[in-house]
Design a protein around this ligand. Sequence first.
Ligand SMILES: *Cc1c(COP(=O)(O)O)cnc(C)c1O
Length: 412
Amino acid sequence: MALKLPVYMDHAATTPCDPRVVEAMLPYFTEKFGNPGSRNHKFGWDAEEGIDYARDAAAKLIGANEKEIIFTSGSTESNNLAIKGAAYMYEKAPAGSKSRGHIITAIHEHKAVLDPVKRLVKEGFEATFLEPGEDGIITADMVAAAIRPDTILVTLMWANNEIGTINEIPQIGRVCRGKGILLHTDATQWTGKMPTNVETDNVDLLSWSSHKIYGPKGVGALYVRRHRPRVRLQALQDGGGQERGFRPGTLNVAGIVGFGKACEIALAEMDSDGQRLLKLRRRLETELNQAIDVSKVNGHADKRLPHITNISFGFVEGEGLMMAVKNIACSSGSACTSASLEPSYVLKALGVGDELAHSSLRLSLGKGTTDEQIDYAIKEIITAVTKLRAMSPLYDMHKEGIDLSKVEWAHH
Ligand SMILES: *Cc1c(COP(=O)(O)O)cnc(C)c1O
């Protein structure tokens, strides 16, 4: 069978809806359209049954109680609610300090964590932005060293969306627990792909999103611990008191049912999908690294998600590379800002230089990824890099053994 182009290798950006998810959602648009808040008729009860099913499936996926699940519009909202909600609830100004409280995070978090933290800093909180080493990992020791008497919250992602590396969340949770500090984790790339248990992993607040696990867009959840400790949050909006008052507003019933189905499938198929994707990713990395000199997988070699890789290719120009691999739908190491191409701040955090960051590809695999697609991607990327290097005088110099770091470049 002919390969359908372009090939989708951007599952860290979003995933297609699983047909089983769509099927589960359909009745909730037309027949079971009631408002789950309508407590006195069948339409309301039917909708509530869907919500209960989803809450149970979401809780099971992370080892929580269903009372601890707050449905939101996705991880961005969950992160905002967790970070700002906890900061406003637990703020404390120690004697003689002007700070409202201290928060610990890291420089290579997703913007949906960085921006809420920066907002809080503008409002009088203080924050430490931890810096990872070349492996991209934040360790429990780094967190322990950053804790202050006025620290109220640690917010660190479980796995990184650009490079797939895994932070030491259970160990970090243990450090926080010992100090009476809350741990929030943006688990958007982790949960649904890797085993998650909020009890044994010592997590107090956890965000995840439906559309990264084959559910519909615009839905997600925040786990809010109810015991040891009971976490309180200040709601960010006022309204009808739904979701224990944390997130008022009529629930997105069909979306939530789809999310629940996605959680159920994720739990059932996590092991087999993970093992299959790990093999495919390893083959992709190995064959590219063998065929292309001066190429490098970014971040820790083993402490990473099965399905995400991020590879830098030396001596190729970033924009040219993206153009040359346009039949592979993936992400580059550049972020488009209004005026220019900025190198990825995540790769910069690992010490990857601007040039190499631009010529990096994030390839993220998923349920639909086949052996054939991996073969195609390997072939396409090798061809593209070879072609671009044939036009690169720097690559010629490198081949001749000239140490380019010692060359004095003309300024212009
Ligand atoms: C995709 C993503 C988000 C944003 O999630 P939405 O549900 O799209 O708001 C946040 N954090 C990480 C790590 C992500 O990968």
